[in-house]
Design a protein around this ligand. Structure first.
Ligand code: DGY
Length: 325
């Protein structure tokens, strides 16, 4: 019997790729950069399954190009803002994602950014390399205390909770803002507050919302204006959750102290972005989930979702279960 045909839009870790290769006839995009749109549309034509990354837009155009035989879209990410879920659902195509397994890696990285921004680790490294370290000095590179400070977590899902666990170890006061009520059992550890109170009271604000029409631009000029002048903003969620122009202006005018971004809008951030000229901005290239074990597990789960969809079985992690009626 012939194997199902799939297009895998980037080389993923062997833990997933080997599984896909065992079960499918694989067309693998070999480059470091994502397939350009025309290539994506062309290579999707006639396949039974697509294994996509967050850099691939999955929409009506792509689904039409693939054709009516397409059985499954497996996205190698927990976020699915690159996928038009409604378009997949209309065609009865289940969409898989990779939740849970990257929670700790992402929370670790959010906390790494928090600590590094508070204690100016990147600036300190540059200070030494640039030969500016002449002596020990009482006022050199002073930063903010993390222990005992107030952390505001916007978006209290799996990753927000994992960040709160880390913050508890630093004796932080933890405020959270989320549309869902906080279970009673957690109310002794975190305090649910409205967005206004969180913005005004927090020393550090960490974003953990998915990107949806409601969260796009959630942190804009008004929200930045409510933050303390000493506040540090951390974004490991999605770039468009923050109005980047407003953030630039707030950082430049020192209306907030600093920001640490793992995600930007667009990605990659162009080298001439004015943000990159700021010394109170720390930036990373969307690597919060980039631990060996997390990426191995993401590849494996993306492969499992893909194969389940090809077999007509329920995906282990499906974001549109309504396709199963
Ligand atoms: C995701 O999975 O959504 C992250 O942004 C990349 O790991």
């Amino acid at each position: 019997m012939s194997k199902p045909k799939v297009f895998v839009t980037r080389i993923i870790r062997d833990q997933g790729l080997d599984l896909v290769k065992d079960f499918c006839e694989v067309d693998l995009w070999p480059d470091e950069l994502p397939p350009p749109r025309p290539a994506l549309l062309e290579r999707a034509r006639g396949v039974d399954g697509l294994l996509t990354l967050l850099t691939d837009r999955v929409d009506d155009e792509l689904l039409d190009a693939a054709g009516a035989q397409l059985k499954v879209v497996s996205n190698h990410a927990v976020g699915v803002d690159n996928v038009d879920i409604a378009a997949c659902t209309r065609r009865g195509i289940p969409v898989g994602n990779t939740p849970g397994i990257l929670t700790d890696a992402t929370a670790d990285f959010a906390f790494a950014l928090l600590l590094a921004a508070a204690r100016r680790v990147v600036e300190a490294d540059a200070y030494v390399r640039q030969g500016r370290w002449k002596t020990w000095g009482p006022s050199i590179l002073l930063g903010a205390d993390v222990a005992g400070a107030t952390l505001g977590i916007i978006g209290y899902g799996r990753i927000g909770r994992a960040v709160a666990q880390r913050a508890a170890g630093f004796n932080m006061r933890i405020l959270v803002n989320d549309p869902n009520p906080i279970p009673e059992a957690e109310q002794n550890r975190v305090q649910a507050v409205d967005l206004d109170a969180l913005l005004r009271q927090s020393d550090f604000i960490s974003l953990h919302t998915p990107l949806t029409p409601e969260t796009r631009g959630l942190i804009g000029a008004d929200e930045l204006a409510k933050m303390k002048p000493s506040a540090i903003l951390i974004n490991t969620a999605r770039g468009p959750v923050v109005d980047q122009q407003a953030l630039y202006e707030a950082l430049k005018a020192r209306r907030i102290a600093a920001a640490a971004l793992d995600v930007t809008d667009p990605e990659p951030l162009p080298l001439d972005s004015p943000l990159l000229a700021l010394d109170n901005l720390m930036i990373a290239p969307h690597i919060a989930s980039a631990s060996y074990a997390s990426r191995d597990r993401m590849a494996y789960l993306a492969a499992q979702n893909l194969i389940a969809g090809l077999k007509g079985e329920r995906l282990p992690h499906c974001v549109n279960p309504e396709v199963y009626g």
